[in-house]
Write a protein that binds this ligand. Sequence first.
Ligand code: 2RA
Length: 340
Amino acid sequence: MGYRVVVAGATGNVGREMLNILAEREFPVEEIAALASRKSLGTEVSFGDKTLTTKDLDTFDFTGWDIALFAVGSDATKIYAPKAAAAGCVVIDNSSLYRYDPQVPLIVPEVNADAIEGYKAKNIIANPNCSTAQMVVALKPLHDRARIKRVVVSTYQSVSGAGKAGIDELWNQTKGIYVPGQEVEPSKFTKQIAFNVIPHIDSFMEDGSTKEEWKMVAETKKILDPKVKVTATCVRVPVFVGHSEAINIEFEDFLDEEEARDILREAPGVLVVDKREAGGYITPVECVGDYATYISRIRQDSTLDNGLNLWCVSDNLRKGAALNAVQIAEVLGNRCLKKG
Ligand code: 2RA
């Protein structure tokens, strides 16, 4: 006995990865449906060694389906997630629409799996922003040992966070620089991204921070601990896949770097690559396609009594989105929707 699973947004970067990861992890699927918008209708997508033809999200009847993984953006989620939830299908949504709703659990299984019990309120579970997910996986084991007071994080976010258009823009701008006559005007990003970095992701807010930075603060508080203070600077960098983060942590109590390294080595979802030598650290190109949240450069922050610095890298399409969503489905199936 398996689950009847829907992937909505199956032709996008994240939707395709959701299908890949459901197959890779052999999620118990009795039947699967791949849904797309009208403009992508009929597109074929892979599910393991099978090929699925996408169906129309707009007319799909969710009745009798168990779990729907949504990767369709907030506007479409607003229309179709309530429809699916009302039909009795539990929605795991990758958009930001429900993340801050007190009636909707925001889940990173390695951090707050117990909170999933709250899904019954709206039959919806929210997936966090990619830059939040990898960070809280790194913070949780350290927070359990030495209570975190404050986090200062700078992100180096790949262009795939901005979808296929972001990937295309980096590719075309880079080609344009080497092949005269192929200049590509910035469209997805406000400035040139090839051989450049842009300290602006999502919209600007009243206080001068960006929505992406606000998300990291709000979501870390909801997932990990509302008492933890977070300040973020989110930067777009010319990398195709893989978000990197330089994280500075101040604790209530002293935590030695060696003990921190040992704790992280044992932490769920974490791989430590940390040698104080050339190449003894992880870089984004090495994380692509992996499940792990990699951690390197673990070291004391000598400017604080109880401070640590670390470097955190993960595939933003996987742990940052599709993998986390599938892991939520696994927890949901094991704890709440027992079959067979
Ligand atoms: C980005 N985190 O990287 C945002 C949305 N995926 O663009």
